[in-house]
Design a protein around this ligand. Structure first.
Ligand code: HEM
Length: 142
């Protein structure tokens, strides 16, 4: 994500939306949604029974991705996010289920604002990039 213009100052999206407390609330909600929405049953099943460890990892990843502290890459190295998802067959329906959980969390914790829409657009592209299921059109094809 690129920085956000606010007057003369450059503010990161991370700071603009409220820093780590906002990221934490988004990620907690995201995994609650994954745990409870019927549309997310298949992607929930890809994850470990205990979501607590991945919850902490996603909090660090998203903070860094939005321009905040680089704790994810300090601890886990280069994200290589697509490679890390290759063990899971991720198709169009899985992408859409993931985005359903994330969009609800974003709407709940980030005020309606162009910055929120920029984040939504960027994360939608990122989720599409995770697709790797054989027999479906490749990522970026709509
Ligand atoms: C498109 C649908 C997606 C599916 C089905 C999916 C599924 C998964 C699964 C099953 C794991 C392993 C979890 C575990 O260890 O229990 C994982 C890890 C992870 N996912 Fe996703 N994911 C998706 C998209 C995304 C997106 C868009 C992002 C970033 C915004 C993301 C960020 C991560 C991160 C940071 C990890 C941990 C990577 C690490 O080991 O360091 N995922 N994902």
């Amino acid at each position: 994500m690129s920085d956000t213009e606010q007057g003369d100052e450059q503010v990161t999206a991370f700071e603009y939306i409220g820093g780590q407390p906002t990221i934490d609330a988004i990620v907690d909600d995201f995994y609650r949604n994954m745990d409870s929405l019927p549309e997310a049953r298949d992607i929930r099943a890809m994850h470990a029974a205990d979501l607590a460890p991945i919850n902490l990892v996603l909090k660090k990843y998203l903070a860094e991705w939005l321009g905040g502290p680089k704790n994810y890459s300090t601890e886990r190295g280069h994200p290589m996010l697509r490679a890390r998802h290759l063990p899971f067959p991720i198709g169009i329906a899985d992408r859409d289920a993931w985005l359903l959980c994330m969009n609800r969390a974003l709407d709940a914790h980030v005020a309606a604002d162009p910055v929120r829409e920029n984040i939504r657009e960027a994360i939608t592209k990122l989720a599409d990039w995770m697709r790797n299921k054989k027999g479906e059109p490749p990522p970026g094809s709509g």
